[in-house]
Design a protein around this ligand. Structure first.
Ligand SMILES: [Zn+2]
Length: 457
């Protein structure tokens, strides 16, 4: 057995549950090759400074949007909505160069690591800088995303997004959408060009359809049947009530029904948001095996609505979390808001929970790990033999954590402490965050501040 390093954890959440005094062997390829509970810490092992839990997968990101987080909170009118927010986002896009995208993405990915994520699924639709529209094939922007992930040290699933229209029925894209647009042929050519790059960089490649309003059924079929990427397939669906109304007017069906009726949705798929569903749609989506990709902080920020998580879980549905527009960059904040949305709607406590006596934090972490791994195309999650060595060390010197038992550790982290509890983060067997700081924090912040000043000028 090729053991490159060993870690000793006094307490760790393994795939099969909490364990004590565990020695974890990691090979030089960053795969966990041995797990030995009830062991002693020998001189060759690195002793972790607090309880270790698996790093989570962030299943939905538009990295460039981190640059505008907090800057769309000024009232434009009494009727601000997702659609007015989108105009602000288009203005940002019109000013960003590939350099800016790389700098902002690197900053974001470093923040996601500090928030307890070890892997991110980038739903990438910003293909061309405005100045390059009509000349670029989109490769440059994707290459910048790959490089940002490498610099930050986060795992990446890259999903180039097919985006061709402004609305249902194949409406021509508007001026603000030009940086996002591909035809079917140019999109498939982009996937072909990215395939060897992603393989060389240990990046999972999948694809996404922006939404039912951004692609015609024929285009969706052409993209999906070309089978260029064997990885995951993601789509935004039913995020907004207006989208539901427009889909009904166009097809006579609601978006989730239309998607499930017309396309072979299965466990390769991830339905992002799926906020507005009837009970029947909720049950059908759950039965499809697709993951519901929930982004509670962004959904709250944009005034989207509340996902029917309790029903969806009761129907056996799989879910995971993403940070989408990145108004938050934290595992704890997304999971807390997911649960609180259900409580506010139902005026009851402890909603997403596996049964009496169970911990809400543990239920949410287990569900998000399984759904996140599926939606990221990773195949395996959690701390177990054969999995990638991605883990979060919570702060064992924090009294809330130090005095907590097993699942209480997760509940303290998610409901009481947030990012303050995250001390060290390991991805692929390397510590990229130590004592709450990213290994390249100063450089990343300097570049990011310069980019923000330039974008604001
Ligand atoms: Zn999104």
């Amino acid at each position: 057995m090729n053991v490159g390093q060993t870690l000793f954890c006094e307490r760790v959440l393994l795939a099969e549950g909490w364990a004590s005094d565990v020695t974890i062997g990691i090979d030089s390829g960053a795969t966990i090759v041995s797990i030995q509970p009830d062991s002693t810490c020998d001189s060759t092992s690195t002793r972790l400074s607090g309880p270790a839990v698996p790093a989570l997968q962030n299943l939905h990101s538009h990295a460039f949007q981190r640059a505008m987080a907090g800057l769309a909170e000024q009232a434009g009118s009494t009727d601000d909505s997702f659609w007015t927010w989108r105009e602000t986002m288009y203005r940002l896009v019109s000013r960003m160069s590939p350099d800016d995208v790389e700098v902002v993405t690197t900053k974001l990915y470093s923040e996601l690591l500090k928030g307890g994520f070890g892997h991110v699924v980038e739903f990438h639709y910003f293909h061309h800088a405005l100045a390059e529209v009509g000349r670029s094939d989109g490769f440059e922007m994707s290459a910048r995303i790959l490089r940002a992930a490498q610099t930050a040290g986060i795992g990446l699933t890259h999903l180039p997004v097919f985006y061709a229209h402004a609305g249902f029925g194949g409406l021509d894209p508007n001026a603000g959408q030009q940086p996002f647009i591909h035809g079917v042929d140019s999109f498939l050519a982009l996937l072909d060009r990215l395939e060897p790059e992603c393989r060389a960089a240990d990046v999972r490649l999948g694809l996404a359809i922006h939404s039912l309003r951004a692609a015609t059924p024929d285009e969706m079929s052409a993209v999906l049947s070309a089978e260029r990427a064997a990885g995951p397939i993601h789509i935004h669906v039913a995020e907004q009530e207006r989208e539901v109304e427009d889909c009904l007017a166009w097809s006579g069906r609601r978006p989730v029904s239309y998607l499930l009726d017309e396309f072979p949705v299965d466990d390769r798929w991830c339905a992002i948001h799926a906020t507005h569903m009837t009970t029947e749609e909720t049950a059908r989506l759950a039965r499809s095996g697709a993951v519901a990709g929930l982004c509670p902080a962004t959904e709250a920020n944009l005034g989207d609505g509340i996902f029917p998580a309790t029903d969806f879980v009761d129907y056996g549905g799989r879910l995971g979390i993403g940070t989408d527009s990145h108004v938050a960059t934290s595992v704890a904040e997304e999971l807390r808001l997911l649960e609180y949305g259900q409580r506010l709607r139902d005026r009851r406590r402890n909603r997403v929970v596996s049964g009496p006596g169970a911990s809400v934090g543990r239920t949410l972490v287990d569900a998000s790990l399984a759904g996140g791994a599926q939606a990221a195309g990773l195949g395996m999650s959690g701390i177990r033999v054969g999995a990638r060595a991605d883990l979060v060390v919570l702060d064992g010197t924090n009294p809330f954590i130090a005095a907590a038992t097993d699942d209480q550790i997760l509940d303290r982290w998610i409901f009481a402490l947030g990012n303050e509890a995250v001390r060290d983060v390991m991805v692929r067997g390397q510590f990229v965050v130590e004592q709450g700081r990213h290994r390249l924090e100063e450089d990343i912040d300097r570049n990011f501040e310069r980019a923000l000043r330039k974008l604001a000028s």
